[in-house]
Design a protein around this ligand. Structure first.
Ligand code: PDD
Length: 285
């Protein structure tokens, strides 16, 4: 079935979903994006994702040529038109199409807004049960990783290297300190049971799944400590996992070919995945 996508005010079949070759997203990666999970036809953590979108746009002086209410209606319409039960909605806003010139185009240039759906199993997910392997790579990205920019070449290379190594994610690091995954936030559980993830700063994306997980875990008496951890700590961790809207809580069972713990998803990770599914995903709407 051909998807129905949204392009600049219109719902069109995917084969007709096109933007200009002069679009600044294409020419300069001059745009931002969001990925919001959908489960049971309902949006998961929609408002925080859109808050982050507005923040990313604000940091880059991008504007949205529609209201927040209209944007929500487009999300809901796409779920309906595509009968999307489980997966995600990808949203991208760029600085629009204008003749190639680095500085911003004049104010009459309207931002480009596109959205499309991707069906994917999130709750009953084979990787979520078995866990995934990750590799580690130096973090070669720019210094504003808090902005959800579409400039993702470093992540493309990192995740391709992971695929070539038989792994599904790459953990990026700076001088041996883990920043985050290619498209996820990274965590370890130490041998003495502490759950660690890097604090927010310009060095990582403020993950929406991360922030919800920290909240619901605390409500269940599990404290996630926000402090940086090193690759050396990760190699001797009892457990490891990632979070993202595209995978929720994803166990990591090997790092650079070395098993984490006993090489199977650990009890803390499994509990956190369940808490997230019960407390955040079930309450979606
Ligand atoms: N990526 N860090 C990076 C670099 C990411 O790209 C993502 C998400 C996350 C997790 O953020 P959230 O929990 O809000 O999804 C962290 C999306 C899913 C993607 O690029 O497909």
């Amino acid at each position: 079935m051909s998807r129905i996508c949204y392009v600049n005010g219109r719902f069109v079949k995917e084969e007709n979903a096109k933007v200009s070759i002069f679009d600044r997203g294409f020419l300069f990666a001059d745009g931002v994006y969001e990925v919001t999970a959908v489960v049971g036809g309902r949006l998961v953590d929609y408002e925080p994702h859109i808050d982050r979108l507005y923040r990313s746009m604000g940091e880059l002086k991008l504007t949205l040529p529609m209201s927040r209410g209209q944007l929500k209606r487009v999300h809901l319409a796409l779920i309906g038109k595509n009968a999307l039960d489980e997966g995600g909605i990808y949203l991208e806003v760029t600085r629009g199409a204008a003749d190639r010139d680095f500085a911003f185009p004049d104010a009459s240039t309207k931002s480009t807004v596109v959205l499309f759906t991707q069906a994917r199993s999130l709750v009953f997910n084979a990787d979520g049960e078995s866990g995934i392997k990750v590799i580690t790579v130096p973090d070669i990205r720019w210094q504003r990783r808090d902005i959800k920019s579409v400039a993702l070449l470093a992540q493309v290379l990192a995740k391709q290297a992971a695929r070539e190594a038989g792994a599904k994610e790459a953990w990026m690091h700076e001088n041996g300190v883990v920043t985050e995954g290619g498209s996820s936030n990274a965590y370890i559980v130490t041998q003495d049971g502490r759950i660690l993830t890097r604090p927010l700063s310009n060095a990582i994306l403020p993950g929406i799944t991360r922030s919800s997980l920290i909240r619901v875990a605390a409500e269940k008496g599990l404290r996630i400590e926000e402090r940086p951890f090193t690759l050396a700590e990760a190699f001797v961790a009892a457990e490891a996992f990632n979070t993202a809207a595209s995978s929720f809580v994803m166990p990591v069972i090997a790092i650079d070919g070395k098993p984490v713990g006993n090489g199977k998803p650990g009890p803390v990770t499994t509990r956190l995945r369940q808490i997230y599914l019960d407390e955040v995903v079930k309450g979606a709407g």
